[in-house]
Design a protein around this ligand. Structure first.
Ligand code: F6R
Length: 365
């Protein structure tokens, strides 16, 4: 049931404040201002030397975001790879490693094969899944559910942001266990986490502006997405969403990599979408934006209003995001990234819920 939405994808984008809120509530003891993990998560993070993450597609990008959280909040080294590579790499795993798999469907063939590889190596296997009865859930030592509800649109949206919510909660729990976060740090992070649904609702208000960009974007042959830090995997995710449903070629790049090649592509025909939360690397992203502007690139800046004004770069458009603690920005900035893809594809008359050549669940490699 699409409710009063035209597509499942629109419904699923719009229900994110609710389902991300539900997911967060599952992992937070609100009264205590603390994270609570399911009892079956029998992991002593003090004894974990390395977190090894594997997944496919959008779920992999959630893992890439989570790497920043685990490293920063828990000082836990993270190794991550796409499951189709991981399963064949013959990568050494040790008893002191914790393996983590992320999957909406819980049936993705490559992710499942990677999980079985990790199990066979004797690693503890943790999974973040949306379908609790799935094979990946069944074969895991412990399951951290996302409570996104059924995701029908082939392009993943709400499952992604729910995965991020679970992963941030887990990174906070790991940081507490490893002593890298104090009780006060935890309280601060928990209050940032519980602010996410409200901020996502704010971010959804940018929809009319984004709709207004669809015509311009639909004319593009290539679109570049740039971000630094946690906005880098988000740039990858934004580009994937656009490719999948509009069939426009899009690429996500770490903003700092621009001058190592992709800047050669920039001219007035290439829209450049810059995801720039107000974080520690914001100024760096701004200088990359100036490099793009100097070469005639047409910038769509997604960022906080004040920050965007201070950046003083010529942009084609600015999508205003509310002010927030940058640690939670990936969940909020996912919303405009999804809406950009949705409205561009819709304007082009594409089947946004069932893009060509794609299946919701990839059960063959
Ligand atoms: C992108 C998308 C895919 C999936 C990938 C993994 O919008 O939906 O990239 O994220 O196929 O699927 P799951 O999460 O079911 O393992």
């Amino acid at each position: 049931d699409k409710g009063n939405h035209r597509h499942f994808m629109a419904k699923e984008i719009h229900e994110q404040p609710e389902v991300v809120g539900r997911t967060i509530a599952h992992y937070v003891d609100l009264a205590a201002g603390r994270i609570k993990m399911p009892a079956e998560l029998d992991v002593d993070f003090r004894k974990v030397n390395r977190l090894v993450i594997s997944a496919c597609g959008t779920a992999y990008y959630a893992g890439l975001v989570a790497r920043y959280w685990f490293e920063r909040l828990a000082r836990l080294p993270v190794e991550i790879d796409v499951a189709s590579e991981f399963r064949y790499r013959e990568t050494p795993l040790f008893e002191t490693d914790l393996a983590l798999f992320i999957s909406q469907s819980g049936e993705t063939a490559d992710t499942l094969a990677s999980l079985r590889y990790a199990r066979a190596s004797g690693a503890k296997v943790l999974s973040v899944v949306n379908v609790p009865t799935s094979t990946i859930a069944r074969e895991s030592t412990a399951v951290l559910p996302t409570l996104a509800g059924p995701e029908i649109g082939v392009a993943s949206t709400k499952a992604f942001t729910c995965q991020l919510a679970v992963l941030l909660a887990l990174a906070i729990a790991a940081g507490r266990a490893r002593g890298t976060l104090s009780e006060r740090d935890e309280e601060g992070l928990v209050s940032a986490l519980v602010s996410v649904p409200g901020l996502m609702a704010e971010a959804l208000k940018s929809e009319p502006e984004i709709e207004g960009l669809a015509r311009e974007l639909s004319k593009a042959r290539d679109v570049l997405y740039l971000g630094r830090g946690m906005a880098y995997p988000l740039a990858l995710e934004g580009a994937l969403k656009l490719k999948e449903i509009s069939y426009i070629h899009a690429e996500g790049y770490a903003a700092g990599e621009l001058k190592h090649g992709p800047i050669a592509l920039i001219d007035e025909t290439v829209p450049v979408i810059v995801l720039a939360p107000n974080d520690a690397v914001f100024e760096k992203t701004v200088s990359n934006m100036q490099e793009v502007a100097a070469r005639g690139g047409r910038i769509i800046l997604v960022g906080e209003e004040n920050a965007a004004r201070e950046a003083a770069v010529d942009t084609m458009a600015t999508i205003a995001m509310p002010a927030m603690n940058p640690i939670i920005a990936p969940m909020v900035y996912a919303v405009p990234a999804q809406l950009i893809a949705y409205h561009t594809a819709l304007f082009m008359g594409k089947d946004v819920d069932q893009p060509r050549n794609l299946a919701k669940s990839v059960t063959v490699e």
